[in-house]
Design a binder for this molecule. Structure first.
Ligand SMILES: Nc1ncnc2c1ncn2[C@@H]1O[C@H](COP(=O)(O)OP(=O)(O)OP(=O)(O)O)[C@@H](O)[C@H]1O
Ligand SMILES: [Mg+2]
Length: 243
């Protein structure tokens, strides 16, 4: 017969029996695998922030884009590669020159390149998009409220600049000086710019940018630029597009 002391030691306490009973009937509360995969829709995820920046940049671009080119995209590999570089690091892109005859899509591709940069969601997206004649109009004494030096300084410093239709007008001594200061400053600071022009950078005398802008400028452009020639018919006539 078991002595009372041994019996007391072996007998499960009331508390232990109670705990065993609860454990037997309680639902399994063991934690399963937690899905803590980062979600691109959540703040804090890099993709979430990239999308926010892209939305902001596209808003800015829309404000700066003529209605006709609002949805322009570029499918040209060289232009796409230039835009990707500019989105990644603005100072590594250099200039992009789009040349070709009338209506070949230069302005379309230029805005397409800017759209591609905006869609990438760069950290900073500030741009000026202007035609060369409009730019000269603003730079002219009395052409803007803030004056020539202020306007030229803005054009020199803005991170992204599109200068459409360069060379359309023969440069006077004054416009040549302003163009030289602008392009030279951006060249020195390694700031990108897109230039569209009907002229080839180098071609027969009288038909190239050297003749229109002078040797000093054409030399800087030729060194710093990806040059893309767009060929084909005038799309305005070909597609029956009224410009
Ligand atoms: N890839 C394209 N897809 C659809 N439409 C295009 C494309 N490229 C150009 N277009 C359209 O064709 C017309 C002419 O294009 P754009 O204005 O870009 O030509 P351009 O080369 O800049 O001409 P210009 O030398 O006269 O300035 C425009 O209406 C433009 O919207
Ligand atoms: Mg154009």
């Amino acid at each position: 017969m078991t002595d009372p002391q041994t019996f007391a030691q072996n007998r499960p306490s009331a508390l232990a029996r109670l705990m065993a009973g609860i454990a037997e009937h309680a639902p399994d509360t063991t934690a399963g695998p937690v899905d803590d995969t980062p979600n691109p829709d959540d703040p804090g995820h890099p993709e979430y922030h990239r999308r926010q920046r892209a939305e902001f940049a596209l808003g800015r671009l829309t404000n700066a884009t003529p209605y006709r080119y609002r949805n322009a995209t570029t499918t040209h590999p060289t232009i796409q590669a230039w835009a990707d570089r500019a989105a990644e690091d603005i100072r590594s892109a250099g200039f992009l020159v789009l040349n070709g005859t009338i209506g070949t899509g230069k302005t379309h591709h230029a805005y397409g390149a800017l759209r591609r940069i905006a869609e990438a969601g760069p950290r900073r997206f500030e741009l000026i998009a202007t035609t060369a004649p409009d730019m000269y109009g603003r730079l002219r004494p009395g052409g803007s409220d803030r004056g020539t030096e202020y306007e030229l300084d803005r054009l020199c410093r803005v991170p992204l600049l599109l200068l459409d239709d360069l060379g359309t007008e023969k440069l006077s001594e004054w416009t040549e000086e302003a163009t030289y200061r602008l392009i030279n400053e951006r060249y020195n600071e390694c700031l990108p710019m897109i230039i569209t022009t009907n002229y080839l950078v180098r071609a027969a005398e009288g038909t190239d940018l050297v003749t229109r802008l002078g040797e000093r400028l054409a030399s800087r452009i030729a060194q710093a630029a990806d040059i893309v020639t767009l060929n084909g018919p005038d799309r305005r006539r070909h597609l029956g597009v009224v410009a």
